[in-house]
Design a protein around this ligand. Structure first.
Ligand code: GDP
Length: 337
């Protein structure tokens, strides 16, 4: 297809995507971690044309393993957008086998981090491209293209930033805490190693500067969203732009992962209100689950307008429906009651 034909198709798709909304938005940025972030990103990708949506993904969970660069959140987002993700697990591919892992075990490797064969194929190509001198942003763009992902998925930074969890046993690199130790140690605090040298990529800065809506996906506030916000100038850019967050906490619990446990351990209110309070200085609007309807007044008291709906994304249709509701409420400009 010729380039001008392509942009015409994009234009038509954009018009369709926003035709039912009251205040058309042209540029949406979603901030995402892995599981919850990937689900909403997939919903948004069903509602918005590729030139309307940029997904900025946490890289604080990344680490080197078996000589490969593991990017758990980026890969989960890519696999979900390509619709090749494992249906239940929250990481990895559908129709996966584990022959390489089994063989490494037989050869004496302590295989606490699971990588399937298809997954390893992508990791090998990423290694090759990084070794050839490509930036992580370029590598992810290339992998996205090969997976057929048309929406823009951006690592938050091309520099290495690594989440370190402080526990009574000392400091644990994130995957050591999360996968090897199954989040059992108490989290006393955390820091991002490498943050002083890191900056958002040019593509991330441009997307944030051009955004007319920034969506905080229902991701872990501490280890998925905060690392993105911690990069120089990101918080300032987000503060200048209309924002909406979807609560990753429903009925005082996380659907998956340690978000609720971490909130309790750092003394936060383990609820959707606790999440809204965590982001309060940056948030205009907040989406909470119908199970938490009684918390609406507490959210309003923070000066944040809220929308109550079913926020559990069980399937592709749920993801698209929640994304449409988020976009429509963000644009409705309904005042705080
Ligand atoms: P991680 O990096 O793999 O831990 O993934 P995220 O940080 O993106 O997601 C973890 C959070 O996603 C958890 O707090 C879950 O409660 C939340 N989550 C997962 N699925 C859903 C969902 O369907 N709806 C909502 N509202 N939250 C979800």
């Amino acid at each position: 297809m010729a380039v001008d034909q392509k942009s015409e198709v994009r234009g038509q798709r954009s018009a369709q995507a926003i035709s039912n909304t009251q205040y058309p938005i042209s540029q949406v940025v979603a901030l995402a971690g892995g599981v919850g972030g990937a689900k909403l990103a997939h919903g948004l990708a069903q509602q918005l044309a590729p030139d309307q949506l940029t997904i900025i993904v946490n890289t604080g969970d990344d680490f080197e393993h078996l000589g490969l660069l593991i990017c758990p959140d980026i890969d989960t987002v890519l696999y979900n957008l390509a619709e090749v993700q494992h249906p239940q697990q929250g990481w990895g591919r559908a129709d996966e086998s584990f022959q390489v892992l089994e063989e490494t075990k037989r050869l004496g490797h302590d295989a606490w981090f699971r990588l399937g064969d298809r997954d390893i194929a992508l990791h090998l190509l990423r290694r090759q491209m990084l070794d050839a001198g490509m930036s992580l942003t370029e590598v992810i763009a290339a992998l996205a293209r090969r997976l057929g992902v048309t929406h823009l998925v951006l690592p938050m930074s091309d520099q290495s930033v690594r989440t370190i969890i402080h526990t009574p046993e000392g400091e644990l690199p994130f995957q050591e805490y999360f996968v090897h130790r199954r989040t059992e140690p108490t989290m006393l605090g955390m820091h991002m190693a490498g943050l002083e040298q890191a900056r958002p990529t040019a593509a991330v800065s441009t997307a944030l500067a051009e955004a007319d809506l920034i969506i905080f996906c229902p991701s872990n506030p501490y280890v998925s969203i905060d690392p993105i916000l911690a990069l120089p100038s990101v918080r300032e850019a987000v503060a200048r732009t209309p924002t909406i967050a979807v609560s990753p906490i429903i009925g005082g619990r996380a659907l998956k992962g340690p978000a609720a446990k971490m909130m309790a351990e750092v003394g936060a209110d383990v609820s959707a209100v606790g999440v809204a309070r965590h982001y309060a200085d940056l948030l205009d609007a907040f989406v909470l689950d119908q199970a938490d309807r009684r918390l609406v007044d507490a959210i309003s008291a923070l000066g944040i307008r809220s929308f109550v709906t079913d926020t559990i994304m069980r399937d592709k249709t749920d993801r698209a429906r929640l994304a449409a509701e988020v976009l429509s409420f963000a644009q409705s400009r309904k005042p705080v009651p």
